[in-house]
Design a protein around this ligand. Structure first.
Ligand SMILES: NC(=O)C1=CN([C@@H]2O[C@H](COP(=O)(O)OP(=O)(O)OC[C@H]3O[C@@H](n4cnc5c(N)ncnc54)[C@H](OP(=O)(O)O)[C@@H]3O)[C@@H](O)[C@H]2O)C=CC1
Ligand SMILES: CC(=O)N[C@@H](CCC(=O)OP(=O)(O)O)C(=O)O
Length: 316
């Protein structure tokens, strides 16, 4: 029997991408809302409660509303928004976070899908903290370069309407240093304070790379790039969607420049180390619509349902 799946927000950027993943899967029966009724609370409530798994691909406020509409104890919600990522009664939807996370995702009916920048940041930093190489009180900073689809329908429309080239230069944002992903970045890395985080959006549809610079002299004494690499490699051994590259791997570069789009159309996260004996940077790269959003949501659904985690997804 097929699992009934509903996507609330089916006409948004993440919702459309989810449909691409789910259409054609024989083990899924997609419940579709009539487009004209897609914001009708009664119809949304009916479908949410009819679903085994309902994805919320909505702004935060609409996600909170949708969650409150569900009274069927068997409906599992996977929320793509920021609304519940650090809520104690929701499980953080990052299977690779730590031992036991898959079991928590399997057991919970409330799964908060990760933020795109946050998932890259956490996957780069957490193993280094856990291994004791990066002190939890290190003053971490990070930058992110992201495609404009990260901003949803309205940002996509702005870029596509930009005939005069006004948006062709990269644009740093969240300069108040309070990006909405900071709480999850801090909580799930174990850092004692939030990182200084500056994202930049560029004139390309999708692809994201978070860069975390590290002063080697401020890591655990004796830490070299080999130790950083080993910590990442050992932590992610056997993970189907995480690829840890050897230090200075030229595969990350295109003519000497980092290729931010190199994980696109996959559910893969690529982890790179570049630098020298004194300074290193860890770069985590993913497709913001794939492992950063819809791909991660499908992976969480697979884990929750107890089916092969890679079903319908590709590591590239
Ligand atoms: N884009 C990305 O890379 C990522 C996005 N996210 C998060 O996922 C969520 C969805 O983002 P995204 O797809 O980019 O956003 P979009 O703006 O592209 O889509 C949001 C959708 O929600 C619909 N919607 C808004 N309010 C309601 C409501 N009250 N009831 C029903 N539907 C409603 C909109 O309807 P309408 O069609 O009328 O506009 C739209 O289709 C957000 O919380 C976002 O932060 C998370 C990770 C990455
Ligand atoms: C380019 C752009 O604006 N990107 C979005 C990130 C998209 C995302 O991951 O948002 P969620 O927290 O809802 O998951 C931003 O930085 O706010």
């Amino acid at each position: 029997m097929a699992f009934k799946v509903y996507v609330d927000g089916q006409e948004g950027t993440t919702g459309l991408r989810l449909f691409e993943y789910l259409e054609g899967r024989a083990d899924i029966e997609l419940l579709r809302i009539d487009s004209a009724l897609r914001k009708d609370p009664d119809e949304r409530a009916r479908l949410l409660n009819a679903a085994d798994v309902a994805f919320l691909c909505l702004p935060d406020a609409a996600s909170r509303e949708a969650a409150a509409m569900v009274d069927n104890p068997d409906t599992c919600l996977i929320d793509a928004s920021t609304a519940f990522r650090v809520a104690d009664d929701w499980v953080y939807g990052l299977p690779e976070l730590e031992a036991g996370q898959r079991e928590r995702i399997r057991a919970s009916k409330r799964i908060a899908n990760v933020g795109c920048h946050a998932s890259a940041f956490i996957l780069a930093v957490r193993p280094l903290v856990d291994a004791g190489l990066l002190p939890a009180d290190y003053p971490v900073s990070a930058t992110s370069l992201t495609g404009y689809s990260g901003g949803g329908k309205s940002m996509i429309a702005d870029y596509q309407a930009d005939t005069e080239g006004r948006l062709q230069a990269p644009r740093a944002y969240a300069l108040g240093l309070e990006h909405k992903h900071l709480p999850e970045m801090q909580r799930y890395t174990g850092l004692t304070r939030a990182p200084i985080f500056v994202p930049t959006v560029g004139p390309f549809l999708k692809g994201l790379a978070v860069t975390v610079p590290l002063q080697m002299s401020h890591l655990k004494p004796g830490t070299d790039v080999g130790a950083l690499y080993e910590a990442l490699r050992q932590r992610y051994a056997g993970e189907p969607f995480i690829r840890v590259h050897a230090p200075d791997d030229p595969a990350g570069l295109d003519g000497g420049f980092f290729d931010v789009q190199g994980s696109n159309d996959t559910n893969r996260v690529d982890l790179f180390l570049f630098g020298n004996g004194e300074r290193q940077c860890v770069i985590a790269r993913l497709d913001n619509l794939g492992k950063g959003a819809a791909g991660a949501a499908v992976q969480n659904m697979n884990v929750h349902l107890g089916i092969d985690e890679t079903t319908g997804l590709t590591a590239g």
